[in-house]
Design a protein. Structure first.
Length: 308
């Protein structure tokens, strides 16, 4: 069986930075270090950090006084930051810099008096954080139908921002609907869309031309991993989201001569290796990497973790 690996796949720079912040905090301050929400949406990553002394909480009320606290890569609402400040918690902010950029865009549009529209998934921690960072009402749209149901006049000055785990392809129809509906609309440059999301989705489209089945390594609650699976299905290739090799169903591979593997932005390469090992237990495989975009972006760590 031929196995093709998508390029790029797996960890993006924002995820690498977030995990490194927790690991460095544990090394510098000693355990426990408290993390609000899963640092990234991957059980393997969360469990491995727990073993090193990280404690994951959903609410700051669960954090003891003066305990080192990390905000996850998805970002948090301003009210969470204020609560941490009021309690004098030493905070390390692991919010992805691209998410912070979206927060700042939203604040800028609001300051110019524009009604702000956020394209994203309701309930996603990044969306909740973004809506809580912007000092004013934010209208969430998840579909073209939501755009039609907005109660704003067509000549209202509006602006839109997007959840970073959505790609240019994901948002294209909604942005087009917004632009068709409103006469005075602004939005970020297309280059501001998260590079990692776009690259991984483009890589899956390339992968789909070579294979009979696509396996997406990622967590069930990972927005970008689910989207990779959906894209494979949309282009007509049987696609499955699996956490690791233990979830591989041999029945999926019955008539497959070539299998493609990719991984969501929060899935480590060790889980891709685990899936390849599971395939090897079924039969002999040859593994090759599909040529794709090289990513060499690195985000700076907080100063308190790099000094000394």
């Amino acid at each position: 069986m031929e196995v093709f690996l998508a390029q790029p796949r797996g960890f993006c720079a924002g995820v690498v930075r977030a995990i490194e912040i927790v690991e460095r905090a544990l090394a510098k301050y000693g355990p426990p270090v408290y993390v609000r929400h899963e640092i990234v949406h991957n059980k393997y990553v969360v469990e491995s950090l727990k073993k090193k002394g990280a404690i994951f909480v959903e609410d700051l009320s669960e954090v003891p006084a003066r305990a080192v606290t990390v905000f996850s890569a998805h970002g948090v609402a301003r009210s969470v930051e204020e609560e941490a400040e009021a309690r004098d918690l030493p905070v390390l902010n692991a919010t992805c810099p691209l998410v912070t950029k979206v927060h700042n865009q939203g604040k800028r549009y609001i300051s110019k008096g524009r009604a702000l529209i956020l394209i994203g998934h309701a309930g996603h921690p990044e969306v909740e954080g973004t809506m809580g960072q912007v000092p004013g009402p934010v209208l969430l749209v998840q579909s073209v139908r939501d755009v039609a149901e907005l109660s704003l006049p067509t000549d209202a000055p509006v602006a839109y921002i997007t959840q970073t785990t959505l790609s240019v392809d994901d948002t294209r129809d909604i942005i087009a609907a917004l632009q068709a509906r409103f006469t005075d609309i602004q939005g970020p440059d297309i280059r501001d869309i998260c590079y990692a999301t776009q690259n991984r989705q483009s890589a899956v489209r390339d992968l789909s031309k070579l294979v009979d089945v696509i396996l997406v390594v990622g967590a069930a609650n990972s927005s970008n991993s689910n989207r990779l699976r959906e894209i494979g299905t949309e282009v007509g290739v049987a696609s499955y989201l699996i956490a690791d090799g233990s979830e591989l169903n041999p029945d999926w591979l019955k008539d497959a001569k070539a299998v493609g593997i990719t991984a969501g932005a929060s899935a480590p390469e060790v889980l891709v290796d685990d899936v390849i090992d599971a395939l090897r237990r079924i039969g002999p495989v040859s593994v090759s990497v599909v040529p794709g975009r090289e990513e060499n972006i690195e985000f700076r760590l907080p100063a308190e973790l790099t000094a000394g």
